[in-house]
Ligand binder design. Structure first.
Ligand code: SF4
Ligand code: SF4
Ligand code: FES
Length: 505
């Protein structure tokens, strides 16, 4: 370890650490754009200026290694002046787009101008015009005028995905980010470039112009898209969920997540959800009040002797535990568990970075719960089937096929589902089938165990469907004969807002 002082505070850093890393360790402010802890050092923005041992020459902190005994500061007037000049230079051609820019509210340029800039620009020349809407690929749009050429996005495609789509083209103030011969930016991690872009130059097609970021709140969670279990933040407000971004997790996903994981919030939003308990009668669905639904469930479960539970690896450790306990207490009945595994052909595949073929967040949790699985043929001979459907139908290619098979069983069905299964007019369920709204991972707390065996926590965020239940809550209602009060949304009359700020690392 090396000892150094930063702005008068002593700090110990491992040998080989850079001066900017020492600043970050000490949580001392330092201006910077191009440095990112997940990428190589470019040293192009020249904003991370520091003075070392009172020397006359300034250094950039990202490309200077700490030496034992170094005295480093960015508080002297000479450093502050250099940073102000650097900022002025970056903003020469930057458009005054803040009122219409998606990055506003979490923009590194806004934040750093307020912290380190605040100069009066003396530029009289007109700004250089560049292309405002460049379609870079399936998910990303570029506004060339806003780009400050930090090269983070280029280094990401060179170093992380190794797909090399992006480059800097042309010279001087005509330099622009682009793709070679307009080939699309279409790797499976392309939206990370939007996250790391310190300005609003790269925006996500899905999120742009949808919400102002200060009207969003966030909840920490785990992506349910595959068994990697990337750490994420889910952004939401009373209108629903709007975006998902990765959170640094050294053990799992580093700084990144895949594009597919970003779509997961879509199955949570109201338009696709089952919102109340429905009962099928004569190929039509009728709403059931809570009390009638409970009577119906009690009758069905007390009469049945041979119950099958169709289970996937999309539920929490706590839900599996509740299921196990519930089954153990029903000594007088036969309970069979049938494992519904998706994508068996590609289940064990891995793309070498993050994406796994096992499209479930909790396969380890399900297997560790110790269920004994029976062959799917037991479903035919059961007199009641409880099916907590997979939360996200998109990752179960045979979802519709399975629903159809279930509908054809000559048995009482109790389906717990996130998606509105009653909208599939081609599937006719037997009379008495119950469709019960299920909570998503964003609406409940609990744990998932990822492919490495790492137990990770999910936090309860915004509840989109008030009447939705977790599997454990449904089982408890059946067991004790009453509903646990479903979560009620607090009504808010005004827009919710939160204090946001640019995260540059
Ligand atoms: S588009 Fe964004 S990340 Fe890429 S070089 Fe420009 S400012 Fe940097
Ligand atoms: S790699 Fe898997 S867990 Fe990570 S973001 Fe993608 S789908 Fe989600
Ligand atoms: S030059 Fe150091 S962060 Fe850009």
């Amino acid at each position: 370890m090396f000892k150094c002082t930063i702005n008068g505070h002593e700090v110990e850093v491992p040998e080989g650490a850079s001066v900017i890393e020492a600043f970050k360790l000490l949580k001392e402010d330092i201006a910077h754009y191009c440095w990112h802890p997940g990428l190589s050092i470019a040293g192009v923005c020249r904003l991370c200026m520091v003075q070392i041992d009172d020397g006359p020459r300034l250094h950039i902190a990202c490309n200077t290694l700490v030496k034992d005994g170094m005295k480093i500061t960015n508080q002297t007037e000479v450093v502050k002046e250099a940073v102000r000049w650097g900022m002025d230079f970056h903003l020469i051609n930057h458009p005054l787009d803040c009122p219409i820019c998606d990055q506003a509210g979490e923009c590194g340029l806004q934040e750093q101008y307020m912290k380190y800039g605040q100069y009066d620009s003396s530029m009289a020349e007109k700004k250089v015009k560049k292309r405002k809407v460049v379609d870079l690929g399936e998910r990303v749009v570029l506004d060339s005028e806003r780009c400050i050429l930090c090269s983070r996005c280029v280094r990401f495609t060179d170093e992380v995905t190794k797909t090399n789509e992006l480059g800097i083209f042309n010279r001087g103030d005509h330099s622009e980010i682009g793709t070679f011969e307009d080939q699309p930016l279409d790797n499976k991690y392309s939206l990370n470039t939007v996250d790391i872009c310190p300005v609003g130059a790269l925006t996500s097609k899905d999120f742009r112009f949808q919400q102002r970021v200060w009207y969003l709140k966030d909840t920490d969670s785990i992506c349910t898209g595959c068994s990697t279990g990337c750490s994420i933040k889910v952004y939401h407000n009373k209108e629903g969920l709007f975006r998902v971004k990765p959170v640094f997790n050294e053990k799992v996903n580093g700084h990144w997540m895949c594009d597919e994981g970003r779509d997961l919030y879509k199955h949570v939003n109201a338009p696709v959800r089952l919102k109340q308990i429905l009962k099928s009668v004569g190929n039509e669905w009728f709403p059931l009040g809570l009390e009638r639904a409970l009577d119906h469930l009690n009758e069905a479960f007390s009469k049945a002797e041979n119950i099958s539970v169709l289970i996937t690896a999309q539920h929490t450790v706590e839900e599996y535990k509740a299921l196990k306990n519930w089954a153990q207490q029903l000594q007088d009945k036969t309970i069979n568990f049938v494992y519904w595994k998706n994508n068996p052909e590609s289940f064990d595949s891995f793309d070498g970075l993050l994406i796994r073929g096992d499209k479930n967040p909790n396969t380890k949790g399900l297997l560790e719960a110790g269920f004994e699985f029976a062959d799917a043929s037991v479903l035919d001979s059961s007199d009641l089937v409880l099916a907590p459907m997979p939360e996200n139908p998109a990752v179960y290619p045979k979802y519709m096929e399975k629903l159809e098979q279930l509908s054809k069983l000559q048995t009482q069905l109790c389906l717990l589902s996130v998606s509105n299964i009653t909208q599939h007019e081609t599937i006719n369920f037997a009379d008495g089938t119950l469709a019960i709204p299920m909570k998503t991972a964003f609406e409940k707390a609990g744990h998932f165990i990822n492919h490495q065996g790492l137990t990770q926590k999910i936090h309860k965020g915004r509840v989109i469907v008030k009447a939705a239940l977790g599997l454990d809550e449904l089982l408890q209602a059946i067991k004790i004969g009453k509903w646990i009060q479903p979560q009620l949304l607090k009504s808010r009359k005004t827009n919710e807002s939160s204090k946001v700020s640019g995260e540059l690392w």
